[in-house]
Design a protein around this ligand. Structure first.
Ligand SMILES: [Ca+2]
Ligand SMILES: [Ca+2]
Length: 432
């Protein structure tokens, strides 16, 4: 029987797309119109929801496709020669703004025909994003107000398209459909305008077969489902725009203010006119401090000193070196209670790099500083200081108990830097 009614957190319900024979609407004929199948389903989904707004579409415990969790993988085993769909979806809704949802397709169903794998990000039956692999090809679909905008990748390679994701690019306000062989390097397969509100979406993972099914349909295996921030959504808590304040041990004049180091410009443009900090003493140490204004958890600090061509600086790269005015020895520190502590690996000597990046296990603090022990040409000079929060601080990610009926209540894994929502927390249970 079905679990009822929806509860907070993740909980899976059986999702079953009814056998084609029981549909009242025309069923597309394999293979040319396979691509219209999901939209047909979703028309029916809308009808289903009209009966019970709390239920996802096609919740049906009688699907022959068997959903299970094995080794923290979601597995959906299709039955021979049978048209049936099944899977799981998030009971809670999530905000996709500035985020991306991704999954590893550890094993696709038989690609010889009739059978398909899906990830779907759903507002309602007429508004959703979908990635689908079936019959050896892939579909990337943006459905907005019932209008289908999709692209087809003619050849689905399970190794090359091993990871799938739907990513919201917040800067461009576009949805990107992407695939990856290794989960690191991604290829954009389709981009589409957002088209509907992203603030309250559900995630579906399912698989199935239509038509006559297949004699050996296989089993879909999904793993490493994640909802994480899009790359451009990281937060620099050192920015004045984010509430931080910069101060310094001394300032040469009002033309070289500490506030030049947390204005978002790494180059130090407008040097001598507010673009960066220059201290007032020819001895050391000096310090440049960033007060976050609140306690923040960070795992990366970036320090940018002045470029040789300070009158016409370019965007810094990790390889850019200086030989004229930059800081050559410094400690990157954070406030621990009332003491300044140097970060692991945060003590630098012999520096000639314009940009130094420091990454470390997350720390929580209210202030950081750069303690300058030496520099070229008499004074300490900094163009920018950044402090970045880890992914897990960006999401309002809740580690909450799994439904008590789950057989695997201990399989939640939250990785601090990526927030891995292991599929084991999808609390489906075949016995229910
Ligand atoms: Ca700056
Ligand atoms: Ca000094």
């Amino acid at each position: 029987m079905l679990w009822g009614p929806p509860e907070s957190g993740w909980e899976a319900f059986w999702r079953h797309l009814v056998d084609e024979a029981s549909w009242s609407c025309p069923i597309p004929v394999m293979p040319a119109s396979r691509r219209t199948f999901a939209s047909t389903c979703n028309r029916l989904c809308g009808r289903s929801r009209a009966r019970d707004k709390h239920r996802p579409p096609f919740v049906d415990p009688n699907s022959s496709a068997v959903v299970s969790e094995t080794g923290q993988q979601l597995q959906i085993a299709l039955q021979p020669n049978t048209a049936a769909y099944n899977g799981v979806y998030s009971n809670s809704t999530y905000n996709l703004s500035g985020r991306m949802v991704q999954v590893e397709l550890a094993q696709p169903v038989n690609q010889a025909g009739w059978c398909e794998d899906f990830i779907q990000v759903v507002l309602d039956a007429n508004n959703y994003f979908l990635i689908d692999a079936g019959s050896g090809s892939m579909v990337f679909r943006s459905m907005v107000n019932g209008v289908n905008n999709q692209s087809v990748l003619a050849t689905f390679d399970p190794a090359a398209e091993h990871y799938w994701r739907v990513r919201h690019d917040q800067t461009a306000n576009m949805i990107n459909f992407e695939t990856s062989a290794d989960g690191t390097k991604w290829t954009i397969r389709k981009s589409a305008a957002v088209g509907f509100s992203l603030t309250s979406l559900r995630f579906y993972l399912y698989a199935g077969a239509w038509g006559t099914g297949k004699g050996t349909p296989g089993t879909a295996k999904y793993d490493n489902f994640q909802l994480i921030s899009s790359a451009n959504a990281r937060v620099n808590v050192a920015l004045a725009a984010n509430g931080a304040t910069a101060s310094a041990s001394s300032t040469y004049s009002s033309a070289y203010p500490a506030s030049g180091t947390n204005d978002g410009d790494r180059k130090g443009a407008n040097w001598g006119n507010g673009g960066g900090w220059n201290d007032a003493t020819t001895d050391y140490p000096d310090w440049l401090q960033i007060d976050f204004g609140d306690s923040k958890t960070i795992n990366e600090i970036d320090v940018f000193t002045i470029q040789d061509n300070y009158a016409s600086p370019s965007e810094p790269t990790m390889d850019m070196i200086f030989g004229s005015y930059g800081i050559t020895a410094f400690d990157v520190q954070y406030l621990n209670g009332s003491s300044w502590v140097t970060l692991p690996g945060g003590s630098v000597t012999g520096n000639n790099k314009v940009w130094r990046k420091f990454t470390f296990s997350p720390i929580t603090t209210t202030k950081i500083r750069v303690l300058v022990n030496n520099s070229l040409y008499y004074y300490s000079r900094l163009a920018e200081v950044e402090a970045w929060i880890p992914w897990c601080q960006i999401l309002a990610c809740r580690r909450q108990p799994i439904d008590s009926r789950s057989r695997s209540p201990s399989t939640i894994k939250l990785d601090c830097n990526s927030i891995v929502l292991k599929l084991g927390l999808l609390a489906f249970n075949a016995a229910d």
